[in-house]
Design a protein around this ligand. Structure first.
Ligand code: GDP
Ligand code: IMO
Ligand code: MG
Length: 423
């Protein structure tokens, strides 16, 4: 049975949650393998909207096994809030499991995220402030606290005290701020641990058994290609690997189990946080896209920077993640805008670049090369098949296919589970 990776192919917020929720109807397992509650995935079904940060977007199906894999960094407080939110809305969360090896985000990670951003000043990354970077730093430095240690009370008390003493040296001596007090947090977190105990498992075993039993598995990417710590627009990236290759490390499976990689894109480009963005629009069209597309962060509420579709970026994602197809969301948002521009390449110091540059200094100097296509009119939200789309919208999709050298398998015409056109 097929295992599919669904991942972001731009700078995040492409509508991955929606696509996962739709594909999860035919899957038995959904796995998150990286990131943490920096992610905000929106699922809309039956008139209800859910904003998920840690829980896999398959959670609305009662029989689906939803795994938070070893590569995810878990804020226990946020996970419990999400579990409570879902339960109070009648969603059965008994299929949710968290891997014992996942690292735990603790209050000092959140404090250090804020303090390091403040120290960077104008050079700030524009993080979500959720403690993601500092938690992955501890993991790489080999001092992090993993879920199995967090859930063992004596171990947690000891490790938390030891780590806090070191973090307080940074907080006081480097950043000149007040230290965090052990007593202010320890009982609260011991309480979270007690509640999370039933959810912990060796998810690598659960996943292996599911695959052996022929179940369909979906790997749900968080963030996106250009936020990948190696391949993205470093240093304006997150601290994990959102490219398809990250799935194996972050969930404990070998690459041979993956049958298909599906990228998710918007019909235009957005990003939150800092860093160069060649097709960014600073004019009324950019404002119109932001307003009509509701382009405000699902996690932080920050306005998203908006710009035209950039085929250089998506080609890069196709290449670095081996994408076999893409879903193009929000084609409805571009309606009634007049002519639409598509970036086909970059001009850098008089030279035409077809490939996404590795250096941010080069990217900052790149001028987008545009192709202009006629726009389309109308409310596309009720369109039920690809053939029914306005001819110019189809032409736009087909041009994206040509420029990005990838098949467009799904087209989104609205936020709801039903608003997808399969091809
Ligand atoms: P994710 O992080 O990739 O899951 O995406 P987000 O949930 O952060 O942002 C995508 C936003 O677009 C959400 O508000 C979705 O409900 C919405 N959305 C997804 N697909 C479509 C679509 O085809 N059309 C419209 N208008 N909205 C969409
Ligand atoms: P989803 O899964 C968009 C961005 C932040 C910042 C950078 C680093 O919803 O697509 P971090 O807090 O991770 O250290 O911030 O990464 N970022 C996202 N942007 N969508 C996301 O997730 C993001 N997760 C992180 O804005 O620029
Ligand atoms: Mg999002």
């Amino acid at each position: 049975m097929p295992s599919k990776v669904v991942m972001g192919a731009q700078w995040g917020d492409e509508g991955k949650g929606k696509v996962i929720d739709i594909l999860a109807a035919k899957s038995q397992v959904v796995v998150r393998s990286q990131g943490g509650n920096n992610a905000g995935h929106t699922v809309q079904a039956g008139g209800e909207q859910y904003k998920l940060h840690l829980t896999p977007s398959g959670i609305l199906y009662p029989d689906t096994l939803c795994i938070i894999g070893n590569g995810v960094v878990v804020d226990p407080k946020v996970l419990l809030e999400e579990i409570d939110m879902l339960t109070s809305r009648g969603v059965d969360v008994s299929g949710l499991k968290v891997d014992a090896r996942a690292h735990v985000i603790l209050p000092y990670h959140i404090a250090l995220d804020g303090l390091s951003e403040k120290m960077r000043g104008k050079g700030e990354i524009g993080t979500t402030g959720r403690g993601i970077g500092p938690c992955y730093m501890d993991k790489a430095e080999r001092s992090g606290i993993r879920m199995h240690e967090f859930l063992d009370e004596a171990t947690f008390r000891r490790r938390f005290k030891e780590n806090l003493a070191v973090k307080n040296m940074f907080i006081e001596k480097v950043y000149g701020e007040k230290p965090l007090k052990y007593e202010d947090y320890v009982e609260e977190y011991v309480g979270y641990a007690k509640r999370l105990r039933p959810f912990m498992a060796d998810c690598t075993v659960l996943l292996h058994d599911a695959i052996k039993a022929g179940k369909d598995v979906l790997f749900e990417g968080a963030q996106a290609t250009l936020l990948d710590i190696d391949l993205g627009t470093y240093p304006y990236v997150t601290s994990s690997h959102p490219v398809s290759g990250g799935v194996c490390i972050g969930s404990g499976v070998g690459p041979t189990v993956i049958d298909e990689c599906i990228g998710v894109v918007k019909a235009y480009t957005t990003r939150v946080g800092k860093g160069p963005f060649p097709t960014e629009l600073f004019d009324a069209t950019g404002d119109l896209i932001r307003e009509r597309g509701g382009e405000f962060g699902t996690t932080t509420g920050r306005p998203r920077r908006c710009g035209w579709f950039d085929a250089v970026i998506v080609r890069f994602a196709v290449r670095t993640s081996g994408l076999g197809s893409i879903a193009v969301n929000k084609i409805d948002t571009l309606a009634n805008l007049g002519d639409i521009k598509l970036c086909t390449g970059y001009k850098y110091r008089g030279e035409l670049l077809r490939d996404f540059p590795y250096s941010l200094d080069i990217l900052a100097e790149c001028e987008p090369v545009y192709e202009t296509l006629p726009g389309w009119e109308g409310d596309l939200g009720s369109v039920k098949s690809y053939d029914e789309l306005p001819a110019n919208a189809k032409r736009y999709i087909e041009r994206i296919e040509e420029l990005c050298d990838v098949k467009v398998s799904m087209v989104g015409v609205g936020p709801d589970r039903t608003q997808i056109l399969e091809r």
